[in-house]
Design a protein around this ligand. Structure first.
Ligand SMILES: C[S@@+](CC[C@H](N)C(=O)[O-])C[C@H]1O[C@@H](n2cnc3c(N)ncnc32)[C@H](O)[C@@H]1O
Length: 251
């Protein structure tokens, strides 16, 4: 198994990374209008879905409020954020934020066989919107998120719906009892992805792994299907894999 040693990102590298996301005024306007339309559509569909699960309305509103009070898109380079990044060797651009609407998460979870009795883990859970979809389907739901500010703003409300959201490095998460692992890893560097893939290997055989945009390119992960669904920034493919490690050959 490859072990990737975290290296320290410099402030200059981080600033260069983030500068790449700066857009000219007109382009920024178009992107903001597009985000507004997507926001309206996804809030509407989320709202309709929540009519069937009134117990999830309060935590959902808590997540929404946290988004309104703080920019959802980009983390600030605070002392706490730099400390978290140093611990994992990641870069600021890996913290670019976006969420999975309920309808999209429900769609792919249903395709992956999530239901009562499933245990779903979201790695890089943000404020836990995906975990609400897991609970909607009657599954156990827990998430691991690197940034304390995301966790602090919503963990209490999520707990009222039976959802656990903890602060930590996804590459250290306990996946031994998970039936389904979701990761929205499109902003992660190849190094961070490699650390996650190493962690996926601690799953039980048969565990289903769902990744956004990039499939898992490693031995033992069989790609079952891909589904194009809506996210808060646009349409992406979600890949469903099953962990089937090679069985040791008998001599
Ligand atoms: C694109 S957001 C996805 C949020 C949520 N899973 C969803 O789809 O709605 C990715 C999240 O991963 C978090 N993250 C990045 N690196 C991480 C790590 N090593 N451990 C835990 N979380 C991490 C980021 O802070 C961010 O909140």
């Amino acid at each position: 198994m490859d072990v990737v040693t975290p290296s320290r990102p410099s402030q200059k590298e981080d600033e260069e990374d983030l500068a790449a996301f700066e857009l000219p005024f007109l382009q920024r306007l178009v992107v903001q209008l597009w985000a507004l339309v997507l926001g309206l559509v996804t809030r509407l569909t989320d709202g309709v879905l929540l009519l069937w699960r009134p117990g999830l309305v309060r935590p959902y509103l808590g997540i929404w409020l946290a988004e309104r009070l703080r920019s959802p898109y980009r983390a600030r380079r605070s002392f706490e954020v730099v400390r978290a990044l140093r611990a994992t060797g990641q870069r600021m651009r890996e913290l670019i934020y976006g969420e999975t609407p309920l309808l999209s998460a429900l769609w792919v979870f249903r395709r992956a066989g999530v239901g009562p009795g499933s245990r779903v883990v979201d790695l890089g859970a943000g404020r836990g919107r995906v975990l609400l979809a897991a609970r909607w389907l009657g599954a156990e739901a827990r998430g691991v998120e690197l940034l304390a500010e995301h966790v602090k703003s919503v963990a209490h409300g999520l707990a009222s719906a039976g959802i656990t959201l903890v602060e930590g490095d996804a590459a250290q998460a306990d996946l031994t009892d998970a039936t389904h692992v979701f990761t929205n890893w499109l902003a992660l560097t190849p190094e961070t992805k490699a650390r996650l893939v190493a962690r996926f290997r601690t799953c039980a055989p048969g565990t289903r792994l769902l990744t956004v945009m990039h499939p898992i390119e490693a031995d033992g992960f069989v790609r079952l299907s891909g589904h194009r669904v809506l996210f808060t920034w646009g349409v992406e493919r979600v890949w469903i894999h099953e962990y089937r490690p090679a069985s040791p050959t008998a001599d």
